[in-house]
Design a protein around this ligand. Structure first.
Ligand code: FAD
Length: 310
């Protein structure tokens, strides 16, 4: 059995593995895809000490560091179920989709999240070629250009405010008949001179020249009018979905499906910890996920030394 078994091999899981292994305890990591979301990222320019790197290169660095510490790495496997220990200090059982079972005295959940897609033609084709999801990450790439933000909830309106300070103009498109963001954010957005807001706006297509996107098509749901503005980029802000489907009924989740954690990465179940984008921690970023993963490993170690095996 493992002392610590980590589920997920993104920045959170990898940092947890390094911290746990360096305590000299038996550590394993199960990841469907090592690197997680960083594998889908073109440029990373906001990780301390790294001026500029590419996602797959960053992911390879995560994996090399975890290997260096002799962590058992199980990739290309998905976890289907977790059964917490029956008694204090006992072993949890982690079942993979292929039926194999692993035992561990502590588990760290770091399965991350995925951006909700619009599912319109062109979105997948132009992903990272104009179609973006993270304003903190990709906003500066569109300096001096015209962009759209899809979604008028808090994240969409925050993204539009953030981008308006960087890009030439922002067009915000909301499907419903009003913006759902907090009034203070809506007021701030409306005060910005280079922002246009459309409600009842249904995005129907991302268009481009085969290399890059160059515009959007959207339909006014009330008048039926079709619009096709020229745009260099579109930020899709219609929700981040945590990868917790397999955890329903195991640990406490928020109404958004995020694992509820405290400041030490404890979940509602003793011996089970969580870190990174899959949790309620605010601001989903690599440096934050890595910090949270380290914290979760230190908390797991603390749990192990205080809770003797039955
Ligand atoms: P993830 O990276 O999502 O990793 C989750 C891990 O869990 C993966 O290994 C996955 O395979 C695994 N997993 C999931 N479910 C299971 C299961 N059931 N069984 C086994 N394994 C499972 N952040 C920045 O700081 N800077 C940037 O420039 C930046 N750019 C981004 C660009 C894009 C396109 C995207 C999508 C995100 C970007 N982010 C950026 C956000 C950043 O990538 C995430 O905040 C970070 O990767 C979260 O790390 P994580 O370890 O919590 O989760």
């Amino acid at each position: 059995p493992y002392e610590v078994l980590i589920i997920g091999g993104g920045p959170a899981g990898a940092a947890a593995a390094v911290y746990a292994a360096r305590k000299g305890i038996r550590t394993g990591i199960v990841a469907e895809r090592f690197g997680g979301q960083t594998m889908d990222t073109l440029g990373i320019e906001n990780y301390p000490s790294v001026l500029e790197t590419e996602g797959p290169k960053f992911a390879a660095g995560l994996e090399a560091q975890v290997r260096h510490y002799g962590v058992d790495i199980i990739t290309l496997q998905r976890v289907a179920k977790i059964d917490p220990a029956g008694e204090a200090g006992g072993q949890a059982t982690v079942t993979l989709e292929n039926g194999a079972q692993l035992k561990a005295r502590s588990v760290i959940l770091a399965t991350g999240a995925r951006w909700r897609n619009m599912n319109v033609p062109g979105e997948a084709e132009y992903r990272t070629k104009g179609v973006a999801y993270c304003p903190h990450c990709d906003g500066p790439l569109f300096k001096g250009k015209d962009v759209a933000v899809i979604g008028g909830g808090n994240s969409g309106v925050e993204a539009a405010i953030d981008l308006a300070g960087v890009v030439k103009s922002v067009t915000l498109l909301e499907f419903a008949d009003q913006l759902k963001a907090d009034q203070v954010l809506v007021d701030k957005l409306k005060s910005m001179p280079n922002v246009t807001i459309h409600v009842n706006a249904q995005t129907t297509e991302v268009v481009g020249d085969g290399q890059k996107m160059n515009g959007l098509k959207w339909k006014d749901r009330v008048t039926g009018d079709e619009h096709s503005p020229a745009l260099a980029g579109v930020f899709v802000q219609i929700g981040l979905v945590p990868n917790t489907e397999f955890l329903k009924g195991t640990v406490e989740l928020s109404r958004f499906g995020e694992i509820i954690i405290d400041a030490k990465c404890h979940t509602s179940v003793p011996g089970i910890f969580a870190a990174g984008d899959v949790t309620t921690v605010p601001y989903k970023q690599i440096v934050i996920a890595a910090g949270e993963g380290s914290k979760a490993a230190l908390s797991a170690f603390d749990h192990l030394i205080r809770t003797p095996a039955p």
